[in-house]
Ligand binder design. Structure first.
Ligand code: SF4
Length: 246
């Protein structure tokens, strides 16, 4: 029995329900720079080829140009059009905590989060140090409708969780996607200061996804189950859907 799977072919993607956990994306900015192995096949860069922020590479991939910019209309106009309470993924075309974003931009985004309390805003970053420093530096009231998350693709990046758990958000989550190696989460799932939610999954949506061992997925699922922490994957794992939410 082979335990090595290549995404997405060997992990079936469930199509019976929405395979994402959010209702919509709020693209407040675009552009980024790659900072860790999880960025290698960045789908945001690929989707923005031929815009000022990204370009194609000779081998069929995508790279960022270095331009990182707010999308003004999304910040100012789009929120007025959300019809009902939504769960929104913030900054799907960028990293909101990218060093090039000025304080003023971040403040305007957070003003919207404060104003539209009927919606849930989920932030996700690989720049956990920048995020933590910002929260420590700015006199800031973190609203309950903000979820804060970090990406951890291998054990080498678990330090991002230490930064995350220093921020008193109502929901703090870890996204192990693309999962590139075994990630030991156990010690972050227990105790009074623990992670509230875990998302995991193989790399997908790119031409050459890197392999994901199904045992890595099982370990995360089992650790979450034992600790009583909700676990979400948009792929079927051992024939089952796991769509728990915080
Ligand atoms: S941090 Fe996110 S948006 Fe930026 S390069 Fe990495 S994967 Fe892409």
């Amino acid at each position: 029995m082979s335990l090595v799977v290549r995404a997405p072919e060997n992990i079936r993607i469930a199509v019976s329900e929405c395979d994402e956990w959010y209702d919509g994306q709020w693209a407040i900015g675009r552009g980024c720079t790659k900072i860790s192995p999880g960025c290698v096949n960045c789908t945001a860069a690929a989707s923005l080829i031929d815009t000022p922020v990204a370009e194609a590479t000779a081998d069929g991939g995508a790279r960022w140009t270095g331009i990182v910019e707010p999308i003004e209309r999304q910040i100012e106009v789009t929120p007025t059009r959300w019809p009902r309470p939504l769960k929104l993924f913030v900054g799907s075309m960028t990293d909101f905590w990218h060093e090039q974003y000025p304080d003023e931009f971040r403040r305007r985004v957070w003003d919207v989060v404060h104003r539209y309390t009927q919606h849930t805003f989920a932030f996700l970053t690989k720049r956990s140090k920048e995020m933590l420093t910002w929260f420590e530096r700015i006199d800031f009231d973190l609203p309950n409708n903000a979820w804060i998350g970090v990406t951890v693709e291998t054990d080498d990046y678990r330090w991002r969780i230490d930064h995350l758990l220093s921020i008193p958000a109502k929901v703090r989550y870890v996204q192990c996607e693309p999962l590139l190696d075994r990630v030991h989460l156990r010690r972050y799932l227990e105790g009074s200061n623990a992670v509230d939610w875990v998302i995991a999954g193989p790399e997908w949506g790119c031409t050459h996804p890197r392999p994901c061992d199904v045992r890595w997925m099982r370990q995360i699922r089992d650790d979450c189950t034992e600790a009583g922490v909700p676990f979400f994957t948009k792929h079927l794992l051992d024939g089952c859907a796991h769509r728990q939410m915080p």
